[in-house]
Design a protein around this ligand. Structure first.
Ligand SMILES: Cc1cc2nc3c(=O)[nH]c(=O)nc-3n(C[C@H](O)[C@H](O)[C@H](O)COP(=O)(O)OP(=O)(O)OC[C@H]3O[C@@H](n4cnc5c(N)ncnc54)[C@H](O)[C@@H]3O)c2cc1C
Length: 408
């Protein structure tokens, strides 16, 4: 039964993982929370591969029921030459059924009394005298919702942030993905395949990740021409006999590669991909979004209790998430920029170095080298002479860049 309330403690814009997580946490603390989601339901296809680490699954108790499968290795295909196989003894990465995960995360929040408004698009947000007013387009009808604070968890590419003067993603990449039928249920003997090279995915990489039985997700992130490169990859996988048909529906999405300079303002926080809390190397944003959603909920708890929801009072959110992710986001972004200037020949050489210097072997053995935390591996790769010579100028200009802003 829907409660007859149009005024809440907290309105969350966006019912993705970050939005549902922050909503759930706040409702569990006893606050009255609404999630406003523009989609009519959460059961549609999501342009996301759904790879998350075991660390993420365990920390957030993600149920097995939304996990397509676990994988314990990947085959990395450099621009030329033989693939490199990386394999751990035990599965480290789960492939989530992204649509099911979104739904179950929303259901958990609903059980904690969060009210979901589906098919509702937030057009405008105003803040006055400590109240937030959200103008919502509900199937063509304009309704107004009010709250004490609003959390923006709208994912990639929202206009709302610009309208609120918070700016947009400082850097981003576009993705394209399709679900395909595979001949070999596991996609490959190693599970996941990752393809590199300027002719495959300029600036980034492409992948084939086994998902549901007999299916795989084929996708890429790239700086340009995603549809062209994905079609080309699909054709090549079909000609190799790895996938059955290229007549598939392609979905498109984007990932932020740099965090917003400000992720809080009076009566407002920004969380998840909307805030740029995304791993710049892989474009993975689920885990970092969940971590930051928890930090946001804890900051809001104190602020709601004291009744002080000013930007100053919410600075603890920015401080805490910068402290947790700053090193990862900065070094990951540096590595990404460095990768982009390398020629295919140099990328192939880097793969050779990863093997000859024992980094790949360590990736397989060392539990500290994780799917989520890349800064230490990057530091090791950066230490190689080859890098110092080839990408030294990028590294120096990167060092000169200011760290993520200090929350005052
Ligand atoms: C091709 C591709 C592959 C990816 N693969 C992975 C991966 O393997 N692992 C990983 O961790 N991450 C991956 N990501 C990134 C991941 O999908 C996102 O980081 C993650 O979904 C972010 O969650 P979120 O809750 O912040 O935003 P989202 O999941 O984008 O949710 C935002 C929600 O807000 C709603 N919304 C937007 N604007 C409004 C509005 N004005 N009013 C109301 N509702 C609104 C949207 O409909 C959406 O439901 C991938 C991304 C792409 C593009």
């Amino acid at each position: 039964m829907t409660r007859k309330i149009d005024s809440y403690d907290v309105i969350v814009v966006g019912g993705g993982p970050s939005g549902s997580q922050v909503a759930y946490k706040l409702a569990a603390m006893g606050y009255i929370v609404a999630v406003v989601e523009k989609k009519a339901s959460l059961n549609g296809v999501v342009c996301c591969t759904g790879l998350v680490s075991r660390e993420c699954v365990e920390k957030y108790s993600i149920p097995e029921g939304v996990i397509h499968r676990w994988v314990n290795g990947a085959s990395l295909f450099p621009p030329t030459g033989k693939p490199i196989h990386v394999q751990r003894d035990s599965p480290q990465v789960a492939v989530l059924n992204r649509s099911a995960f979104n739904q179950i995360w929303a259901q958990r929040a609903q059980k904690a009394s969060v009210e979901y408004h589906f098919g509702c698009y937030i057009k405008r947000i105003t803040r006055e005298k400590g109240k937030v007013t959200a103008e919502v387009n509900r199937h063509g009808e304009i309704i107004t919702l009010q709250s004490r604070v609003i959390v923006i968890a709208t994912g990639f590419g929202t206009q709302l942030l610009d309208n609120l003067g918070l700016g947009g993603a400082g850097d981003f990449a576009m993705g394209a993905q399709a679900e395909v039928e595979t001949k070999n249920v596991n996609g490959s003997i190693y599970g996941v395949e990752v393809y590199f090279g300027k002719e495959v995915a300029p600036g980034f990489f492409a992948w084939m990740v086994p998902s549901a039985p007999g299916k795989a997700l084929v996708g890429l992130l790239a700086r340009r021409d995603n549809p062209f490169y994905l079609r080309k990859l699909l054709a090549s996988l079909a000609s190799e006999g790895k996938i059955i048909s290229t007549d598939v529906k392609i979905t498109y999405g984007g990932v932020s590669l740099k965090p917003l300079p400000h992720t809080r303002s009076d009566n407002l926080l920004v969380v998840g991909t909307a805030a740029g809390q995304v791993k710049p190397i892989t474009g993975g944003g689920i885990y970092f979004g969940l971590i930051c959603a928890d930090i946001a909920a804890n900051t809001l708890k104190t602020a709601l209790e004291t009744g002080n929801l000013s930007a100053h009072a919410l600075a603890g959110y920015e401080r805490a998430w910068h402290k947790k992710l700053n090193r990862e986001l900065r070094s990951g972004y540096w590595a990404r920029k460095a990768y982009e200037v390398l020629s295919d020949r140099q990328v192939t050489r880097v793969f050779g170095l990863l093997q000859s210097t024992g980094i790949i072997a360590d990736l397989e053995r060392n539990e500290d080298m994780s799917f989520d935390w890349h800064a230490d591996v990057i530091a090791r790769v950066m230490g190689q002479k080859f890098f110092t010579k080839t990408v030294g100028s990028i590294r120096d200009s990167f060092k000169r860049e200011k760290p993520l802003g200090d929350a005052k």
